[in-house]
Design a protein around this ligand. Structure first.
Ligand code: 5AD
Ligand code: SF4
Length: 444
């Protein structure tokens, strides 16, 4: 969560607009922490800033266009203040590299996904030399050694455990924008989490493009990492995202079961398609049947597990019958949340070169049918919470209400009783009303 303070007179303002996933949100927090060390403070609007950064995402739909149009909106600001610095970071910067500087003359700098820690240096150089800067090299050779940087960590925070991805799903640009997969050292993660605990953090979400392929230099895998963090730190709750079905193995589910006091029972397990032929063309490394087997294994150990997924509709060559199999998967796997997208061709990827691309109207219509089907399923699934007691970690209180998340990752609202300070505490809430993402109830 980004915390914005009023700008004090000596400091300069930085405005960052963030697109995309939690990884990008976490990168933005890292940028703000680094820039704070060189006297920048976040501001609420671009016109208060002397530094504007677009932290871009290129996973889906018109990313370059979005960067062009956002920078275009800053034209007047730059005209009135020639010292205003404007830069682009994140996946579009990594993908387009120096081309962005040529195509968008208002830009002063681009920096790739491996250059975030160089940001203070880049900004200092820009101020002294007034020369445009591009830092877009991958640092494949260096070990992934960082420390979580977060200014006001609050109750719950993100911790990167891996960067990059080696899976090369044929639709996905990430291996090209985030580079080869690298894992942080186990001992450093233990230290990192423990120092967050000392700053008051109660819950961490371990982040990576594919967390379950975590492999530390000492040979520990993701299951061992979870176990170690659970046993050797005082963190109260551990979440993780995103899991790849092909790497979700029995050892991991066993550890989730053994450590279920701390490791939350919510699993985001992107399936992408319910048809094995499409999955093969996507290079996902599992079939529909193997995916369903993994889900059964999860429920065998963790009957209370809550699942969510990502689905792409209209992948090249997807037939109506194949799409029907994606629809029917929803009857077999009880997804409480669904993130679904129309396939969009991405640069460098194999699927962008497949000759059987589908028309936009077919993709839109399938997406709608998928959402319609899931909506009623999610509503039905949510009703199981009514009357139940959920354990909530309170993240904030506002206007007489407490707000936090349950072990199942549902946002829970409840009226406060009295003056007791509840932020950071674990409370029991009895649910009176349930919606797919949110539960309402009262404190016990
Ligand atoms: N088109 C549509 N959706 C995509 N995703 C990734 N690449 C594409 C693409 N080219 C979706 C996948 C992934 C999520 C983060 O974004 O479902 O899991
Ligand atoms: Fe992209 Fe596949 Fe890697 Fe996920 S696992 S980031 S979808 S290539």
């Amino acid at each position: 969560m980004i915390n914005v303070k009023p700008l004090s007179s000596k400091r300069q303002g930085v405005y960052i607009s963030t697109y995309g996933c939690q990884m990008n949100e976490n990168d933005t927090e890292r940028m703000l922490s680094l820039l704070e060390m060189v006297n920048y403070e976040p501001v609420n609007s671009p016109d208060q800033a002397s530094l504007i950064i677009i932290n871009s995402c290129s996973v889906r739909e018109k990313p370059v266009h979005k960067v062009h149009s956002e920078v275009g909106r800053y034209k007047e600001l730059k005209k009135n203040n020639p010292d205003l610095l404007i830069g682009v970071g994140g996946c579009v910067a990594q993908q387009e590299k120096t081309r962005l500087l040529t195509d968008i003359p208002l830009l002063d700098f681009v920096f790739g996904t491996d250059a975030i820690d160089e940001l203070p240096d880049i900004v200092e150089k820009l101020k002294s030399s007034h020369q445009k800067i591009a830092k877009v090299r991958f640092e494949h050779q260096k070990p992934y050694q960082i420390q979580t940087l977060v200014r006001n960590p609050g109750v719950s925070t993100f911790v990167n455990i891996t960067k990059g991805c080696d899976n090369f799903c044929t639709f996905c640009v990430v291996p090209f924008t985030r580079g080869r997969e690298r894992s942080r050292a186990l001992a450093e993660l233990v230290k990192d989490v423990q120092s967050l605990v000392q700053r008051g953090v109660k819950e961490v979400t371990l982040l990576g493009q594919n967390v379950n392929s975590y492999k530390s230099a000492c040979g520990a895998n993701f299951a061992q990492l979870l176990k170690t963090l659970s046993r050797e730190t005082d963190i109260q709750r551990i979440r993780f995202t995103t899991s790849h079905p092909k790497d979700f193995n029995e050892e991991l589910v066993q550890v989730m079961f053994e450590e279920s006091e701390k490791v939350m029972e919510y699993i985001h397990l992107p399936v992408q398609s319910g048809n094995s032929k499409v999955l093969e063309r996507m290079n996902r490394g599992y079939s529909r049947e193997e995916y369903i087997q993994k889900v059964k294994m999860i429920f065998k150990y963790l009957p209370q597990a809550v699942l969510s997924t990502d689905i792409i509709v209209g992948f090249p060559g997807e037939t109506e019958e194949q799409f029907q199999e994606t629809l029917s998967l929803l009857d077999e796997v009880p997804y409480e949340s669904l993130y679904a997208f129309k396939y969009s061709p991405r640069p460098f990827t194999k699927a962008a070169r497949f000759s059987d691309q589908l028309p936009e109207d077919v993709k839109s219509e399938r997406l709608q049918r998928l959402f319609d089907k899931h909506k009623s399923i999610a509503q039905q699934l949510s009703q199981k919470y009514v009357g139940k007691i959920v354990q909530v970690l309170v993240e904030k209180t506002s206007e007489g209400r407490g707000i936090g998340r349950s072990t199942q990752n549902k946002v829970v609202h409840f009226p406060l009783k009295g003056e007791q300070e509840l932020v950071g505490k674990m409370v029991d809430v009895q649910v009176s009303e349930a919606f797919p993402q949110t539960l309402r109830g009262h404190l016990l």
